[in-house]
Write a protein that binds this ligand. Sequence first.
Ligand code: SIN
Ligand code: FE
Length: 291
Amino acid sequence: MSRIFEFDTADWETAFSGDQRGMALSEIEQGKVLYFPKLGFRIAENEKAFLSPATVGKSKNVSFDAVSGDLHGTGPAVADVEALRSLMARFASQASGLVAKLLPEYGAAAVQGRTSFRPVEAAGRASSWRKDDTRLHVDAFPSSPVQGRRLLRVFSNVNPEGRPRCWRLGEAFEPMAKRFLSSIPAPLPGSGPLLQFFGLTKSRRSAYDHYMLQLHDKMKADLAYQAEADQAPFDFPPSTTWMVFTDQASHAVMSGQFLLEQTFYLPVEAMRDPATSPLKILERLTGRVLV
Ligand code: SIN
Ligand code: FE
């Protein structure tokens, strides 16, 4: 089974054929990575100085909100904050254009989230096993519940030294969930509102968010699983772009430096086939309504 589906488009403004759009929709909803090996994000001459770990502070990522224009996480060494903001805004706009052209069925239902720039080497970056993205996982974040919405992410490797972003891609969502679900206790009644009340989550942690966080943790904590799960390495060279539902596709980043990433949130109802979503799969496997 291939985990990657390629497009040979070389330009962010390209229109896609109906066939390409149909394939993109069914492949990405099956959990595949849509890969654009000829589509690079161009860094201008005056932006090259940002390709340095000094661009970030302690947070290790620069984070940009395309809606408000807010930029966070820059280090004290960044002299021209406006130039960095404009780089982030350009990537945000090209990534959202790509999603709009390739997956027009999602339309306005795909809500643009944060844009991030990751200039720190991914190998050896983690401070704990839970934050260790070199371990296979599906994305779920403790303080940012999604209540079932999908996490769609667009990535571009902007490494200037010819170094790839080296990933591993794991097994499909359902067998992974089946393996771990029986070891996950149901959420404590009332825990969602309580976490929100004490400011530990930005919105209500639903039962869905509870199960996703637990799956994320169980996968990362299980070293036998990390070694033995069905998986394949995949290296994304510099000047390539890819897009994937990271809440569904098991992934890990083994190494690489200088990555741009754009997140979108998509309601399950906007999908062509909601049955392939982690929400519907987990509801079927647990026999419960989870949001
Ligand atoms: C991740 O989502 O686990 C990290 C992806 C990356 O930084 O390449
Ligand atoms: Fe991840």
